[in-house]
Write a protein that binds this ligand. Structure first.
Ligand SMILES: *Cc1c(COP(=O)(O)O)cnc(C)c1O
Length: 387
């Protein structure tokens, strides 16, 4: 893997940052992305901006394999993007099933409950992907309007089997709605081919783009729901129905308005998407998978267990490690930080204080991985000595 292919940038780009932040997000943006973000927000009616917005949407379409779907790039966090999907597509009062593999599935459930949608979120064994047979049983006993899932749950590092889940949901007349915020830019995504109904992405993780935007892909069932909706959504600014005509106008290089887009963030995102496509959809996924494998081999040689036991269920860009029994989690992470590498504390349910997270997303390189493994090795021995 060449540095050019990884980023479209010169090798300067690979000067290590201090400290090296191996985090889920925001991840290290390429200089050309930062440059676009630093430009003043263009007037909304500026033809150059409208054309760039159109290119940004076309790039998103390509990246998530969504030629027939609607796409939208709207201001907000990942969480507001999740809420947007729920508010726009789900009918209050009708139950949903959440295939929760950690805190982000739990957040799907909490958003639904807050909006008056009963949500059933069965638990799977720790670190395991959703069990299709259990979900099948639930679907055969109850009527759900949708199945909600995180493609990759960043609290557990579990990747879900989207084609299997979408097939199951559709067999039972339910929508399949996916939170892909920590997957986009690092995992294979085929919105059309996998027949997904909604896919949510965010820029600041696997795409190494600016925080503050929610990226939506909506398949044909979701488009139908929006066309035929006979209820009034319980939120105004989050309703995707009002954004879609604006996005369609931008793709035709025409001005459209419902709320102000986040101008300079869109410019930064468009550049991040350009770099991702220049690397190649498959090449980018393969780079993340290869770096993950190197990292996991290194952690294994240091005697660190991963939360996800099954290799095929491990995300490409996020690893959740189990803190060895004889160590204090905080002391261990501080010892690694002393080596110049920043990890993140665990967020997986009751195991938060027994786990730690490593993000290897976006512009991560082999040198970053090597440095991380050696910092963890030193961190293990110094924190053992201190305890
Ligand atoms: C980071 C993340 C989000 C959203 O995060 P915000 O902090 O709301 O931007 C949603 N889902 C997953 C899986 C994530 O990793």
């Amino acid at each position: 893997m060449t540095t050019q292919a990884a980023t479209g940038q010169s090798t300067d780009y690979f000067k290590p940052t201090e400290p090296l932040a191996m985090v889920v997000g925001p991840t290290r943006p390429a200089p050309s992305v930062l440059k676009r973000m630093s430009e003043p927000a263009p007037p909304l009616t500026d033809p150059g901006f409208i054309a760039e917005f159109g290119r940004c949407l076309a790039r998103l379409r390509r990246l998530i394999g969504a030629s027939a779907a609607d796409v939208a790039v709207v201001p907000g966090t990942g969480t507001s993007g999740m809420e947007s999907i729920v508010v726009s597509l789900l009918r209050p009062g009708v139950p949903v099933l959440v295939a929760s593999t950690g805190m982000w599935g739990d957040r799907w459930r909490d958003i639904c409950l807050r909006l008056g949608i009963p949500a059933h979120a069965p638990r799977f064994p720790v670190g395991r992907a959703p069990d299709l047979r259990l979900l099948e049983t639930l679907f055969s006993r109850h009527r759900y309007q949708a199945l909600l899932v995180a493609h990759v749950d960043s609290s557990s590092g579990v990747r879900a089997d989207l084609p299997g889940l979408a097939g199951l949901a559709h067999e039972h007349g339910a929508l399949c709605l996916v939170d892909g915020v920590s997957a986009i830019g690092a995992e294979e995504i085929q919105l059309d081919a996998w027949d997904l109904d909604a896919y949510l992405g965010g820029p600041p993780k696997g795409l190494a783009g600016p925080p503050g935007l929610a990226l939506h892909g909506l398949g044909r069932r979701a488009q139908e729901v929006l066309r035929n909706r006979d209820w009034t959504p319980g939120a105004y600014s989050l309703d995707l129905a009002s954004w879609l005509p604006v996005m369609a106008a931008m793709e035709r290089e025409e001005f459209g308005y419902c709320q102000s887009p986040a101008g300079n963030l869109v410019l930064g995102l468009s550049e991040a998407l350009r770099l991702a496509l220049a690397e190649g959809r498959e090449g980018r996924v393969a780079r993340h998978a290869a770096l993950r494998d190197t990292l996991h081999a290194g952690l294994d040689s240091l005697g660190i267990d991963l939360l996800v036991p099954e290799p095929s269920e491990r995300a490409n860009g996020i690893t959740v490690g189990v803190v060895p029994r004889d160590l204090d989690e905080r002391r261990f992470m501080a010892a690694v930080a002393e080596q110049g590498v920043l990890l993140q504390p665990g967020t997986y349910r009751s195991m938060g204080d027994r786990t730690f997270r490593i993000g290897h997303l976006g512009t991560v390189t082999e040198a970053d991985i090597t440095r991380t493994i050696s910092a963890i090795g030193v961190g293990l021995s110094t924190s053992r000595r201190a305890s």
